[in-house]
Design a protein around this ligand. Structure first.
Ligand code: BT5
Length: 259
């Protein structure tokens, strides 16, 4: 497939029909070649698509948008870096809205339509943090039986048929670029750049009763009250306030819809 609209937004575009993982490939390219910021790698099919915590991202060939964008942030503040997944989720939400589909961001990296996952984002860095890639998958044309889980949805299932994947990707990248350049201008300060306010407005997690599962296997239940200046989730439990930087969140009031 050709991506003429995306080529105008990306700072160099490589489109391959199949690969293991666009995130993995772009991280390797970032180290070996001096590709610039917003260089984008897109594929029609991944054989080893990555999610967080060794999970998999699965999509049928040609059914979705799967891409990774290269960044080389001038700010070294980890707080700014913590925002990149949420920033891409916001850009995707804006692109879906343009396609006529309302969605919400579920902290830390999902985009949901009526509680079902239409998109996931994975930000990864190379070993010395000189390059970051933000990868994302957006389900476009899948029918219910082509999706890997019952909690997933696609633009087609959400009522948007014949979506042009090139246009969707170009819109996502251009929204992302605007948000990112505003963050760079604010020195990586997501509060000053207005990013936190935008993501908070788009979030279905804030104000929810949540169960957080931590990578070490423990969990906690409380109310998600805000996203802090580093992109972390504040959760007020019956005994304390937690600041969550990594974990999975289950929205308890809407859990039936999501799982
Ligand atoms: C994510 O992880 O949601 C991040 C997904 C990032 C995928 C992109 S594709 C381009 C780039 N290159 C890569 O190799 N990865 C990125 P996580 O929050 O851990 O969610 C993973 C879980 O989502 C899986 O365990 C499944 O339950 C579910 N899942 C897998 N494929 C899905 C799909 N197509 N739609 C909805 N849910 C899916």
């Amino acid at each position: 497939m050709e991506y003429p609209k995306t080529s105008l937004v990306a700072n160099g575009l490589l489109a391959v029909s199949e690969t293991g993982s666009t995130n993995q490939d772009l991280l390797a390219l970032a180290d070996s070649k001096n590709n610039p910021e917003f260089f984008t790698l897109i594929t029609e099919f991944q054989t080893a698509g990555r999610g967080r915590l060794d999970r998999k991202w699965q999509a049928e060939p040609g059914s979705s948008v799967m891409a990774s964008v290269l960044l080389r942030p001038s700010f070294k503040d980890p707080a700014g870096i913590g925002w990149l997944s949420l920033m891409m989720a916001e850009a995707i939400r804006e692109a879906l809205a343009e396609a006529g589909v309302d969605s919400k961001i579920k902290w830390p990296n999902d985009v949901l339509v009526n509680g079902q996952k239409i998109s996931g984002v994975l930000a990864e860095a190379n070993s010395d943090f000189s390059a970051l890639v933000v990868g994302f998958g957006i389900n476009v044309n899948q029918s219910a039986k082509e999706l890997p889980t019952g909690s997933a949805t696609s633009l087609l299932l959400a009522g948007a048929s014949s979506v042009d994947r090139d246009h969707l990707l170009a819109k996502t990248l251009s929204s992302f670029k605007n948000l990112y350049l505003e963050l760079v201008e604010a020195g990586g300060d997501a509060v000053a750049s207005g990013l936190r306010e935008r993501v908070t407005k788009s979030s279905s997690t804030i104000g929810e009763l949540v169960e957080v599962s931590f990578p070490d296997g423990t969990s906690a239940v409380g109310e998600a009250t805000q996203i802090d200046e580093g992109g972390r989730l504040k959760v007020v439990t019956s005994s304390k306030t937690l600041t969550v930087s990594a974990g999975d969140v289950l929205h308890l009031r809407t859990a039936k819809l999501e799982d």
